[in-house]
Ligand binder design. Structure first.
Ligand SMILES: C[S@@+](CC[C@H](N)C(=O)[O-])C[C@H]1O[C@@H](n2cnc3c(N)ncnc32)[C@H](O)[C@@H]1O
Length: 203
């Protein structure tokens, strides 16, 4: 089987190790778990419980069978609400996506109710997918409707980290949270970021 794409592995690993240290080591959601590279390297050794999702049965067959790892096959966006009900709010969420992680980040930040700090570690390949000729539309969760597209060459990668940080702050505010830490590596048309959120006292 073709191994899963883990380009820029050292950056991805460093972000995960750094943000794993910033939260309680209880519950991790790895929502694009693939064959479990980061489950083995970081999540299962550090967290009491790891909940994995991948849409590919073939990928999941290679996931290590570990007592603290539970795997689900399916579309992560559809499974997420049920996982939040079943397991509660996670301490860390791994979104190692091929394209935009933004719709899931939006849902997590605006709808997940939690009274604890939590982190998200994401791979943002949205601009790369766009360069490969996939639909050029902005993710709908940006709030501009279905049909707004990027102008050609209109969104440069040197603005990518600012774009992500700005959206995170806006979505966190909607969900009663604040961004208290943020790191991003931009490598060509890929971006790898991690953020730490804290609930805000609304009283
Ligand atoms: C970049 S790979 C993740 C690699 C993973 N970190 C590993 O160690 O193997 C992206 C994975 O997301 C899965 N995927 C893509 N869209 C998905 C979706 N909507 N729901 C669940 N999994 C999805 C793919 O099957 C693929 O395994």
């Amino acid at each position: 089987m073709k191994p899963n794409d883990n380009s820029h592995y050292s950056h991805k690993l460093a972000l995960r190790e750094k943000y794993a240290e910033k939260v309680e080591a209880e519950l991790c959601f790895d929502l694009f778990c693939g064959t479990g590279t980061f489950v083995q390297a970081v999540w299962a050794p550090s967290f009491s419980q790891v909940v994995c999702v991948d849409k590919s049965r073939k990928q999941l067959e290679q996931l290590p069978g570990l007592p603290n790892v539970t795997a689900y096959q399916g579309d992560n966006a559809k499974l997420l609400p049920g996982l939040l009900v079943k397991y509660g709010a996670p301490d860390i969420v791994d979104l190692d996506a091929y394209g935009w992680p933004d719709p899931l980040v939006h849902d997590l930040l605006t709808t997940s109710v939690t009274n604890k700090r939590f982190a998200v570690v994401a791979t943002d390949g949205g601009m790369k997918v766009r360069q490969r000729g996939s639909p050029n539309a902005l993710p709908e969760c940006y709030g501009f409707g279905k049909n707004l597209t990027f102008a050609q060459y209109g969104a440069a990668m040197d603005a990518a980290a600012v774009r992500a940080h700005t959206m995170l702050r806006a979505w966190a505010t909607i969900g009663g949270k604040a961004v208290v830490d943020f790191d991003a590596y931009v490598c060509g048309s890929m971006m790898y970021w991690a953020a730490l959120f804290e609930p805000q006292d609304v009283t």
